[in-house]
Design a protein around this ligand. Structure first.
Ligand SMILES: [Zn+2]
Ligand SMILES: [Zn+2]
Length: 479
């Protein structure tokens, strides 16, 4: 049953106004140069500045608090204080999404490996003399057994790419991996010694500017680590919501209730459209006040887990998983980190090449893959690129779907969405971006056709080559 047909969304006008006020607050924070600790204003001052009702403002504040942009401080000298968005603001929503789509350990690891292969490749090209010292010191500490963390080298290499998008995803997936395997104590000295050797050889390839070799060694190292973790008794293929959600939502009662309802949705594998309950029935079932239930609903709506609809047949319904809320949070985090279009384009190219290789393998095994590709081209021609992407029916989204890897699809879709977000924003004030944008409709169609033809003909190498050419033709290189 499609809840779209049953009843209008509760308070949609207020939600929209709150969303707009939140955007305005974030724009002001950026405009000010993101001075962490600075007070934007008291509630009274903010009411006046943004010209909204108290209810709308409070909801907007909850949104910016959730995104770690600012938080309300009570008392004298209180008000909305500018905060530092950290990687935790991104990890929680990522875990929620992976839980919703039921991504497995294998999918998460495969995604981490391809991200770090990209890190190895880019780091080999960017490494400078100053970095030599840092890397050598880390290897030395590992050799002496006093490294603070066995992933230190990985973190440093990600920093070397000078690409905040790649860095963020590497950190996120490295942390998400821990939810499948938390028993780091199980790492034996044999494993550690093996990792040290691997780190040594990866570092050597990077310091001698050998991207191909660095990639290969990184892949081998992480595959070995993944194999080891897979064999451990404490390892699970599927995330356990109670473990994974601990810490993603704070312990306020509304958040705790949201977590409980979400856990039940995941455990019962409820499909989109499933009715969860009316406000009254939820209050009774969880013996919670109306305020707590509403707060929980707000959070579930914010993470696109469920949607409340009013009127007869109304109540709370499970929604289709969607990455747009996560992409918005990531966009805010990255803006704070000074992201440029070229960073997004760089990751995008790496992802598309990884995607097309995996999609080509799916095509070789037959099935309806070829038909899906033709369908994507038709959707793009009929709906236009923007709409087709919005529906996940464009060629790139369909290719990502063919990989069968939901974690990879998440990274891919978020990166594409970031591309659209930043591209349209920069296009407005940079003529060079505008020129690229205007040339897209005439070049993208034929390029997509060529990629599909190569895939259907079973020529993976040609498909990869055409994808690479397509990416560099559409990427705003130096911006
Ligand atoms: Zn390692
Ligand atoms: Zn394309």
């Amino acid at each position: 049953m499609n809840p779209e047909l049953i009843a209008p969304r509760v308070d949609s006008r207020r939600a929209k106004l709150a969303g707009r006020a939140a955007e305005q607050i974030i724009a002001d924070v950026i405009e000010l140069g993101w001075p962490v600790g600075h007070v934007l204003g008291s509630e009274t001052e903010l009411l006046e500045r943004y010209g909204v009702s108290r209810a709308v403002l409070r909801e907007a504040i909850r949104l910016v608090e959730h995104q770690h942009v600012a938080r309300m401080r009570r008392g004298t000298g209180g008000g909305l204080v500018i905060d530092e968005p950290d990687v935790d603001a991104v990890i929680g929503p990522t875990v929620i999404y992976l839980l919703r789509v039921g991504a497995t350990l294998d999918e998460t690891f495969d995604t981490r490996i391809l991200l770090e292969e990209l890190v190895a490749e880019i780091a080999s090209q960017r490494v400078s003399e100053a970095d030599i010292t840092t890397i050598r010191r880390t290897l030395e500490r590992e050799f002496n057994g006093d490294s603070p963390n066995y992933r230190l080298l990985h973190v440093q290499l990600a920093t070397l790419t000078a690409n905040p998008v790649l860095e963020l995803f590497v950190t996120t997936f490295s942390r998400v991996g821990d939810f499948y395997f938390s028993d780091v104590g199980a790492l034996t000295s044999d494993v550690e010694q093996e990792a040290r050797r691997a780190h040594d050889s990866i570092a050597r390839a990077i310091l001698t500017n050998n991207p191909g070799l660095a990639r290969e060694r990184m892949q081998r190292h992480l595959r070995a680590e993944a194999d080891f973790i897979r064999r451990q008794p404490a390892t699970v293929q599927r995330l356990d919501p109670t473990v994974a959600l601990a810490g993603t939502l704070r312990d306020k009662r509304g958040e705790a209730l949201a977590r409980q309802i979400f856990t039940e949705i995941v455990t019962s594998e409820a499909t989109p459209g499933t009715f969860i309950g009316s406000e009254a029935s939820l209050m009774e079932k969880y013996t919670a006040s109306r305020a707590v239930v509403r707060e929980a609903i707000r959070i579930l709506e914010y993470h696109q887990i469920a949607l409340a609809r009013r009127g007869p047949g109304g109540g709370l319904f499970v929604t289709e998983p969607d990455v747009s809320a996560l992409a918005d949070i990531i966009a805010i985090y990255l803006r704070r980190r000074g992201v440029k279009i070229r960073h997004i384009a760089e990751l995008r190219t790496g992802l598309e090449l990884a995607v097309i290789e995996r999609a080509a393998a799916t095509l070789r095994s037959g099935g309806s893959a070829a038909e899906k590709l033709e369908q994507a081209l038709r959707a793009e021609a009929e709906q236009g690129m923007g709409l087709a992407f919005g529906h996940g029916e464009d060629l790139h989204s369909v290719l990502a779907g063919l990989t069968g890897n939901r974690a990879l699809q998440l990274v891919h879709r978020v990166t594409m969405r970031l591309g659209w977000l930043f591209f349209s924003q920069f296009a407005a004030d940079d003529e060079r971006v505008g020129a690229i944008e205007r040339s897209l409709p005439s070049t993208v169609g034929p390029a997509h056709r060529g990629i599909v033809d190569a895939l259907i003909a079973g020529d993976a190498e040609l498909a990869v080559m055409r994808m690479r050419a397509h990416m560099s033709a559409t990427s705003p290189g130096a911006l």
